[in-house]
Every structure is written in C-alpha cells, then in structure tokens.
Design a protein. Structure first.
Length: 374
C-alpha cells in the first residue's frame, strides 16, 4: 500500500483503499494503481491538506506527493440515459457502505483501511473464493457500461475459473433489451473493448455479450453467426510485434466481415485511424493468402499497403503472414525486397517522366515480383 497511517497528508482522515487494487491483491495479481475513498471529509479539508482537485463530476483529489487519487465518499442517482446520466451526491454524511453499494460487482466493493483491515459488506471475498462475478445491487442496471465492464472482467479472470452469476447475466440481458446500451458513447464502448481484447481470454468478452444480447447493439454484423469464425481468427494474432495485440485481435476478428461492414463498424465505434487501417490491411493480406501467390496480386497487395512510401506497413503484415501461412513468408519477403529495389532514379536517368515513368516503374516492379516468385 502506498498510503500510511503516518502520512501527515491523511493523518486524522477516515481513508480506505478500494476497488481493483483490493481485488487484485486478494487474487495475488500485481497491483499498479491504488484508488482511495475518504469518508467524512469536505473538499475544503482536502485542499487545506495540499490535495489537488481534479474531478469534474464529483470530488476527486490527487495526493500532493504520490499523485494517487483520493475521492470523497459519494452516492449516485440515475437521472438520464447512458454512462453519464447520474446525479452525484458527495458529502461528509455519506458512509463507506453507501459508497461501496454504488459499485458494480461485489469483488470491486471491498475496502481496506489504511492500517490494514478489510471491510466487505457485500461478501466480495466470498465471491473471489467462489470465482463468481456478481452484481452488488439492482442499481447495477442503471449504468449500461457495466454490461461491457463485467464481460471484460470475465475476459481477464476466466482463466482463473471465474464465471458470471446467473442473476447478474440475467440483469445484463435486461439492460441490453432496455435500449440503454445504445446511449453509450462510442468512445467508451471502444475503450472497454480494447481493454478486453488485451486480456488473457478476449473470446469470453464477445461470447458473454452474445449471451446477454448486447452484441447485436454495437456489433450487429458479428451477431449474425460470424462471431465464432471471427473469434477463431483472433488466435493468429502475432505475439511479438510493436503493434498492440489488442489491435491485431480486433483486425482479425473483423476480417470475417465484408469491406463495407467493416467500415461501417469502424465508424460506429469511432475507431482510431490506426486501428481501422490495420483492419483493412489484415483483410487485404488474408484475401491474398486465400489463393496461390500470383505476381499481379502480390504487386497489388504491396501497392495497397503503400509499401513504397511506408515500408513498415509491409513488414507489419509479413508478421501476420508468419502466423497464418508460414510457407508464404519467404516468397512474399523476396518479392517485396525485389520490388522495393527497383530504382525510380534509374528510370528517370533513362528519360522517363510523368505518366510514362509511373507505367515503367510499375512494369519493372511487377517483373521483379515475378522473378522473385519464380
């Protein structure tokens, strides 16, 4: 724990470590970040101790030395649609149990006093022992983002034997049918999905969303029977790459879609340009590998990857080829090296220019690819 009862900044405050840090410590997982709740304090009292206010929607403060987050105990009341449709009440009269009651899952509703003892009013420790993800209260259904978060937690902890409680899955289904998921911001949906794609069992995220009828809201193209095929494709993600594995997995997942469907989904999720582009290139590469390597097709592949200006994009796709069709790596690498060694300057010296230069350059590159492929 980063905080200490002897820390002068928190001395005399009723302080608890909460949430993921407590959960992961109990699971034996590494803890990188701590979140703290302060009960019975006011914003003025926190500022007087040197804490820096950073919360826009509710009082959150950064410790003046550790920069860890300290939030005043609060309650929430549903007042609108989506993730942000809440009225927050933070005051010295909010108890620790009231603060914990607003949390999503029992495993996330355990607190730990700064001097060590655990406070567990909703039996989160029992659910950790039983390997169950269970909602704290019916208020779970007020925040539709919790459907995605719970599925993401399963993607993280399923290898440890975790499952989602039947009653929680039923509540997630109820939220999906309510129409609330449609009010989530696309950026929030992608953040949860990207995190899930980086977890040990990303398949669990999508199969859970299918189970609770959430997949059809944001991933309707995958909900028509192609999910299983897409999940199988994710296993080909390169493990040793500068490209984040989560982005590889997404690109492979949607490689089973038609081009127009893939672009529609990218717009729907407001994907970062790099992720949407990787998905296009992965689909292009997998299409190339479906048939014997022909010079015209390989040259088209290199051109679509913009290899002459951005050679790193070809190198990235060759990493994928190594996992999908290892026998194709050597001929494609040879074709790539031969084509990129064709010199525009040599053709210019021969008098080619304008459109004629472009045609001659393409012809020589195609010949080079043909020779390399044998």
């Amino acid at each position: 724990m980063a905080a200490s009862p002897n820390d002068p900044c928190i001395a005399g405050l009723d302080v608890y470590r909460v949430g993921g840090a407590v959960r992961d410590a109990l699971l034996g997982w590494p803890v990188f970040d701590n979140d703290w709740v302060v009960v019975g304090a006011t914003p003025d009292a926190m500022r007087q101790r040197g804490f820096k206010p950073v919360g826009r929607d509710f009082p959150v403060f950064l410790h003046p030395e550790t920069a860890e987050e300290y939030a005043l105990a609060r309650t929430e009341r549903k007042s609108g649609y989506g993730y942000s449709g809440f009225e927050v009440h933070a005051s010295p009269d909010v108890t620790l149990e009231e603060d914990l009651l607003r949390r999503d899952l029992t495993v996330n509703a355990i607190a730990q006093r700064v001097d060590g003892p655990l406070i567990d009013p909703f039996n989160g420790q029992r659910d950790i022992e039983k390997r169950v993800l269970r909602h704290v209260s019916p208020a779970f259904s007020e925040d539709p983002l919790r459907v995605l978060r719970t599925a993401r937690f399963l993607a993280r902890y399923k290898p440890l034997g975790f499952c989602i409680a039947d009653e929680t899955l039923a509540l997630m289904t109820q939220v999906s049918r309510s129409g609330e998921l449609e009010h989530l911001a696309a950026e929030r949906v992608w953040v949860e999905t990207e995190k899930a794609l980086g977890e040990p069992d990303p398949q669990a995220y999508f199969t859970t969303l299918m189970q609770c009828e959430a997949l059809s809201v944001w991933w309707s193209a995958l909900a028509d029977g192609r999910l299983e095929q897409g999940l199988a494709a994710m296993h080909s993600a390169p493990g040793d790459s500068q490209t984040p594995q989560a982005h590889w997995r997404y690109a492979l997942l949607v490689s089973v879609l038609e081009d127009a469907e893939r672009e529609t989904l990218a717009k729907r999720l407001r994907l970062p340009n790099a992720v949407a582009q990787l998905a296009r290139y992965v689909a292009l590469t997998l299409h190339l590998l479906k048939a014997p390597l022909e010079p015209a097709a390989v040259l088209h592949w290199l051109e679509r990857l913009d290899g002459w200006r951005k050679p790193e994009q070809v190198e990235t796709q060759l990493q994928l080829v190594g996992g999908v069709a290892k026998a194709s790596v050597a001929p494609l690498s040879a074709a790539w090296e031969a084509a990129r060694n064709v010199s525009p300057q040599a053709l210019i010296a021969q008098g080619f220019k304008g459109a004629a230069l472009g045609e001659a350059l393409r012809e020589q590159r195609q010949q080079a690819v043909m020779n390399a492929l044998g």
